[in-house]
Design a protein around this ligand. Sequence first.
Ligand code: SAH
Length: 218
Amino acid sequence: MKDTFKHQGLRNRLIQVLQEKGVTDHAVLSAIKEIPRHLYMDPSFEQYAYQDVAFPIAAEQTISQPYTVGFQSQLLEIKPGEKVLEIGTGSGYQTSVLIRLGAVVYTIERQQELYKKTQLLLPKLGYKPKYMYFGDGYKGLPQFAPFDKIIVTCGAPIIPRALLAQLKIGGRMVIPVGDAQQMMTLITRNSAKEFDKQIIEECAFVPMLTDKSLKSFS
Ligand code: SAH
């Protein structure tokens, strides 16, 4: 599949929709405008690629809604060169937006089928994360911490302590917290022990699969 003028035109329309919904960050909008979202989806769903909806990918997972990708990216306030940890690589679309924003991305996926598929796809599209891991996002990547920013792209029943510990002081984490429905939550780390929690709006993600031995933060 190619990226045609028609696709580019559809992306321009999508950008307008996202602006109306509140995604206003210029760098984020331009990343979404440049990245051919249809190439991250099954070709038979191409016609849905530029509608503002989430869509099935593989292993019963979804590619996030463009608004969600834009909104989470905007909340992160990424500056070029920042180290970003992403939980839930999925199709790699959000990963690509982060890379386009200049982030150095470390990403974790726990569905092997998706991990393998996306590992092959991303370099072909010209987006190379610094590290891609097949593993459990609840644990994060302590060996590469601290991270300037952390983004969780699945609905987390709790805020994993391991991820808080891996956030740099002054860093931001964006995470949907809850079960069937979640609240988009922005966490800022003020000091070694002090975190600020801001609940932004309701959202709906596929669940972050749990590990029973977790400790929570509220
Ligand atoms: N950002 C992705 C969203 C994919 S949906 C995209 O736009 O395509 C969320 C992803 O989180 C799924 O691929 C799911 O398998 C993954 N996931 C769920 N629980 C996880 C966990 N504990 N660790 C890592 N990834 C997880």
